[in-house]
Design a protein around this ligand. Sequence first.
Ligand code: 3H9
Length: 723
Amino acid sequence: MKGKINYSVTDGIAILEVDNPPVNPLSDGVRHGLIESMEKAESDDSVVGIVLTGKGRSFIAGADISEFGQQIEGPSIHDAFEKIEKSTKPVIAAINGSALGGGLETALCCHYRVSSKQGFIGLPEVNLGLLPGAGGTQRLPRLVGPAEALKIMLSGRHIPAVKALDMGVIDSLSEGDIVEDAVAFAKDVAEKNETHPLVRNLNEKVLAARGDENIISEARALAAKTRKGQFAPGKIIQCVEEAINLDDFDEGMKKEAEYFIECLLNPQREAMIHIFFGERAASKINDVPKETPKMDINKAGIIGSGTMGGGIAMCFANIGIPVHIVDQDEENLKKGLAAIERNYKFMVDRGRMSAEQMEKTFGLISSGLSYEEISDVDIVIEAVYENLDLKLEIFKKLDEAVKDDAILASNTSGLDVDALADCTKRPGKVVGTHFFSPANVMRLLEVVRGEKTSNETLATIMSLGKVLKKAPVVSLNAPGFIGNRMLFGYTTQANKLLLEGALPHQVDSALENFGMSMGPFRMLDLVGLDLGWRARKLSGTESPITAKINDALCDLDRYGQKNGKGFYNYVEGSRAPHPAPENEAIYEQVSKDNGFERREISDQEIIDRCILALVNEGAKILEEGVAQRSGDMDVVGDMDVVYINGYGFPIWRGGPMQYANMEGLDVISAKIDEFAKNDPEFWQKADLIGSLSEVKGRFGDAPAPEDRKPVSGFNKSSVAGNL
Ligand code: 3H9
């Protein structure tokens, strides 16, 4: 049985401490313990009040997520909550840390809530494909009003205690020892009050919302905008509608339970929980011991003030770490800083930060033209354009200029990190930190482990990644790392489909309907078609067939969004793509010149070919051990975490590998075999797909590779191929 409740009595107040490290979820032992301890406190005449708190950094982090989808025995969360709500003695939640999901729902069953300043609350179930199913959808609207409750539940955001006090979710803020303060609070209310309030009885706010259709329509609009394709948000909204319209609280609870089961049984729940655990598993490195010492990162340096450099600098400033940007060109630097300032002003205008916060945060970013100015930083991240010779020159200079124990990191998206390490006297301190654009927004951080990268450097970067609020994933130093290597197959297929008869907007809309946040041709237009075209011209190599249309468009000055025309046309000042019928003659010509006969292509074929290209390459990455994990539990999360946080793959499908698992690897294998009949060179099926499909296995069943295959094939520039 997991978890327990520590029971003690102080001054006539029973203290129930949830002890289920590290974050106190409501596992079976906790539920049992809660029931037993409530009964004990209730039957002890010397006890006049009850304080419920958590041991360590969390109050209660919700239901035990690992139990979803399993057979659960023993008492349910509802049984435990009933004991709390029906207590004749006042129960005070002493929120010492995170009160999330079922944790906040526990607190909402208590008569009163006191929180420490570090405490925070939230109902993040939506991020797991679920709804708050232990009364949250019925009680929170009664406390803060349905409109506010919907915003909290649909965003899943964490709300700090001070704000929760303003909203009326908590009754009092503790400045000192939370348990001592809660005991004093309990004694006070036990003495003064004969009855104690229950949230279930507060009907004023839900009644006031009856007939106000805006509340629900605004919530639907919010869900459509921020949670496209997801199942749970609609169910959360339905629950709140019931809370507003049903007279009987318990009827609302029944509806909540019904809709919760629907979410639980929906495949999106499994997919999203896979990502929850996948992200946590990805942040641990198999052969780097937990106790590996980490360096303190108190100051950072960035080389290059372009979009990436500026975005990375913002990541540090946002969490209070001073950062100094160095650029060799004063004009560039001015432009870069102006762009950062614009970004912050935009956030202030949108109410995402106050003017004072902006002043403080922007004030942490300094800049200059000389490497001497960053001699004292703990980490430097180089973020110049993708050219190995330039990066080598920078790393040599940095090695001289920056203190000996500082980490030197490169934001390369695909260059050889070992080559960078080897040109320094500190190869153990060299690592790749591949951020995704816009770096201050995108969560993915691909951490590239060079052959000589030390454990200390890796452990430091993984922990820094978490502090920077990123989802770090480790890749071996191999061409394309994880994300761009998989992307290559995906864009290859998109381009082949174009040559075979599909049009860009058809490919994009098929994949966007599948759930991708942006189709490949919109993405190529955004990145700029000219990048790859110029790189190919510079290298003097023959373009691959799949880049021929791209080249033909660039020859006609169609570079993408940057000059208003690419695969699509754009109206000045707007990023909305409009089909470009004038391009169709070009597609037809290039298809003909390269021996393709154009044909009708179905949306399903587009989805299968593009997504299975990701899956097949992902399987090869697994086989080679480029992604560091396979085989532990059912987690093949690394590729999935990469694709969801960096490439706009829909979280509710759990990433490409989970998608394949859920479709069935035998189905995937058969489709690849079929595609291979027409294009055997591209569709070389990963051995793993073949072997797992024969035993009806899933990717998580794959054994970890014993030998990691040697790394080869890096280019001097990582912008090439199909881009
Ligand atoms: C729910 O409550 C449903 C109810 O409404 C209805 C029920 C009927 N369960 O994130 P960390 C593990 S749904 C099990 O690295 P941090 C996590 O896997 C739940 N395990 O720490 C990790 O394990 P490991 C709604 C959990 O300090 C370890 O704890 N609640 C749970 O960076 C440390 O986690 C949520 O969605 C859990 N609930 O962040 C909250 N939570 O060490 C989910 C964590 O083996 N949790 N673990 O890798 C969080 O958001 C963060 O963990 C938290 C701490 C902010 C609490």
